[in-house]
Design a protein around this ligand. Structure first.
Ligand SMILES: Cc1cc2nc3c(=O)[nH]c(=O)nc-3n(C[C@H](O)[C@H](O)[C@H](O)COP(=O)(O)OP(=O)(O)OC[C@H]3O[C@@H](n4cnc5c(N)ncnc54)[C@H](O)[C@@H]3O)c2cc1C
Length: 300
């Protein structure tokens, strides 16, 4: 990740002038405010602003006049109850605004999460930086043979070197052409047109604001092992922020979402029979081979 000295100075200045406020302050997230958490080779996540904390979730759930806190233990119990029973609106009372720098192909997956507010860096107005995501060798894998949507074994060192060479050369060549096309003393092509020559590993940036309920939904999908590594590392960084911001909500999320499984009616029948010591098969329960494998994974 690279911040220019000017960008770092702006962050330092923002962090050097605290303002007293009557609003809720979460000490855990204050330590993250404005700082850039590095992700991938040039990316980052920065917390720009936030609203609410664990107590705000309880305040909304109780529709109370005061801070909403009965006791930390009571609050934790309430938050866990809300999470367990999908009573989601109290979690929507907390919001977070992030500044994210990410490769375009990651942004394409990210933007599918429609329940956020986004403002992206304009490549019509501004010139994109010469920054491309080049994966570390240990993340350069062959196509998976068991999952069409994923990677398998790491490539050989020779193949990895070949891939890296192609990625670097193509990125450089495309950017050189981009620069030549927009050059005001040369062709002077409009930036909005020249950008179409840039590959999907170029970095973009956006501000992304979302409430805690929808953020947890995003994290459930994108911090999961099935998500692509390049978006998962962003989700992992955000998980750390949320754990510091609203620790009780995050713990409940870990227990009732990330670490939990959803069983179908057929799976429940199979599990009950197994607990009684009866033999159960995919055929006898009407599960497909894939569903049966998933069931085995859940209970093993
Ligand atoms: C591992 C993985 C693989 C994926 N593979 C593919 C793929 O191959 N192709 C592909 O196109 N996408 C793929 N996706 C994207 C996926 O299908 C979802 O679009 C994405 O995860 C956003 O989820 P969401 O709609 O629940 O989130 P959000 O957009 O944040 O929505 C949250 C919830 O709000 C509700 N909601 C929001 N908008 C609407 C609406 N307009 N109408 C009704 N309900 C709404 C829904 O209940 C939704 O679950 C993949 C995602 C993952 C995690």
């Amino acid at each position: 990740m690279s911040l220019t000295p000017e960008q770092q100075a702006e962050i330092d200045e923002l962090r050097s002038s605290p303002t007293p406020t009557l609003r809720v302050v979460s000490d855990g997230i204050e330590k993250h405010l404005y700082k850039a958490i590095p992700v991938l080779d040039h990316g980052f996540v920065r917390v720009i602003d936030y609203m609410g904390d664990d107590a705000a979730i309880c305040q909304a759930a109780r529709v109370s006049y005061g801070k909403g806190t009965k006791s930390v233990q009571n609050d934790e119990g309430l938050i866990r109850y809300l999470m367990r029973h999908w009573h989601s609106t109290p979690f929507e009372m907390c919001e977070i605004k992030l500044h994210v720098k990410l490769p375009v192909f990651v942004a394409r997956q990210w933007i599918r999460h429609r329940t956020a507010n986004v403002n992206e860096y304009s490549a019509r107005y501004s010139i994109l930086d010469r920054e491309f995501y080049i994966p570390a060798p240990e993340h350069i894998n062959a196509q998976s043979v068991v999952n069409n949507q994923g990677r398998g074994e790491v490539l050989s060192p020779e193949q990895t070197a070949q891939v890296l060479e192609v990625l670097k050369a193509d990125s450089a060549r495309c950017y050189d052409n981009y620069q030549n096309m927009i050059d005001e003393d040369g062709i002077g092509l409009a930036r909005e047109l020249a950008r179409m020559n840039l590959p999907a590993n170029i970095y973009t940036q956006w501000y992304w604001k979302v409430d805690l309920h929808n953020l947890l939904h995003f994290l459930r999908l994108r911090a999961d092992a099935h998500a692509q590594y390049e978006i998962r590392v962003y989700a992992d960084a955000i998980c750390q922020v949320v754990a510091d911001w609203a620790p009780a909500a995050y713990k409940a999320f870990e227990d009732y979402r990330m670490g939990a499984v959803t069983m179908s009616a057929q799976m429940m029948v199979a599990l009950r029979l197994m607990l009684k010591g009866e033999e159960v098969t995919a055929e006898s329960t009407g599960m497909s081979a894939r569903e049966w494998r998933e069931f085995q994974d859940m209970i093993s």
